[in-house]
Design a protein around this ligand. Sequence first.
Ligand code: AGP
Length: 625
Amino acid sequence: MCGIVGYAGKRAAVDILIRGLKRLEYRGYDSSGIAFVRGDRIEIIKSEGRIDNVEKMAAKFAETSPGGNLNDVHFGIGHTRWATHGKPTTQNAHPHRTGHVVLVHNGIIENYQELKKKLVARGHQPQSETDSELFGFLVLEEMEKGASLMNGVRLAFDSVEGACSVVVMSERELGVLVGARRGGSPLVAAIDPEGGAILASDAQPLIDITREVIFVEQGDVVVGDSKGVHFFDLKSGAPIQRKTTRLDWSVETLSKQGFAHYMLKEIHEQPTALVDTFNGLLDLAKRGDPDPFPFADREVAKLLESASDIVLIACGTSWHAALLGKYWIERWAGVRVSVELASEFRYRQPVLAPQSLVIALSQSGETADTLAVVRQVNGLGNKTMGITNVRGSTLSREATAVLYTSAGPEIGVAATKTFSAQLLSLLIIAGHLGSKKGRKLEPVFDELLRVPHLLAGELAGTLASRAHAVAKAIAGYKGFFFIGRGYSFPIALEGALKLKEIAYVHAEGYAGGELKHGPIAMIDPNMVVVVLAPRDSWREKTLSNLEEVKARGAVVLAIGDPSDEALKQASHHWIALPEGARELDECWAPFFLSPVVQLLSYELALLKGTDVDKPRNLAKSVTVE
Ligand code: AGP
């Protein structure tokens, strides 16, 4: 789950590397480093902690070393780490040097112990505790036997097990970058139009240079130099051609645009994410009775229509979205839906019907467990569909069909706008399948058009200020329960996850009906219970749960309809959903509740003083299991 970047060309490489790493910091941020060529030497600057440390060290290097002007450096690699093997120390930070070979690595070398023994027996002395450094010795050995850097990297893969990507350079072939990918660790390459090549774990570091990118497939080697990039097959070394994709992301979308944090900006971008997703998925020219939800992608529509049942698989927040998908698809389309955690599904002996369609949800499209399920199901001969926010991601390339959400880049580690976009895509699937079965869902479509406006109207004003005020009042409590029923239940799970994730506060999400089966024993005056109670079919029952926890001393924060005086009176703290939301079908409540619990977590995290965009121990893209 690390981030890697490499540049060879005419521009100032150190600047590109550091800027690129900052954009990849979401992938891991416990240590980082860069390596760059000056004269005939590769210099390495690395440090534990954030990329700022390396940036400062590079500035100092430029000031203090003779001829240290880093603007003359045109070739280098960089890395931001999420530790797997070895603590997040400077020693374990990448790049790693093994003789004249310097490398950065993302992924896991599974036969690390055995490989280390062999390399030590052959006289090598690893300086770090990482698995990554071992790869460098393998390249070095091959080059010592006469291989080129490219072939050295290729041959090194014969001795390692596990999925990984590397970018490697050598003092013997200055000016050449070799990237390789095997398995799930992504790598994207691009030609610098001014002459050169750039490689990175995702497209964000490339965007300042070009929007024409090439997604490195697993089993590819890419060689970059000041003339561009060339692709080869990792096994045979034969040249191959790869297609260029034009990205629709812009540099502006990668900045905070005046918000204090990316997470806050992304919470506020939800109305736009909904509109863009809806426009991206549907063919509006074909819209109307009988299908108000015609998919623009016919393959997606065909797959959905031919499914006997649907299995939604995902991890984390995407799994919460999947839970809601089940409610909607079963309600409107009458199609059986099961929801599975990818990490569990992959190690079971799952039973699928021949026409079961497996839909994998992953905003990043790179989550290791989710991808493993897609591969497993493809192998069983069932059809798979990916729902992802990232064009060109591994999921988009490996699933039988793909449906893109259009939330734009999400940088904050906590998923916010991508969650709402996933919800909408699932609701559209439900609407499409329901219409095919003769359900009259035109009113749902009409309401869909109103949701982003209602949300935009109150998100920045009332909702944000209420979340701010309430967070101040409840910040000191020991723990939080989020409860909800029906469509609010997955949001209760999501609210608790958000709070744990960014504020490091103990929080649990429960279906209201489950409280009496154990969790209510936890309730006391030190506990806040966040009650999600929009005016829907479950409100009365949720209100009873509210009374039960209140009777046991809990501090109650209710989130509900602005006109719901009874709910307001029953609770200690109160946040009203947008006016007008109650005129809509109850299926839309999650689209309003979700930004509220996100804002609440954000405000509580601010009060706790945590690093909102890069919470400890986490990485946005979980590319290892
Ligand atoms: C949510 O805030 C987390 N970042 C996490 O639970 C995330 O949803 C999970 O890791 C799955 O990621 P994916 O959607 O990219 O597959």
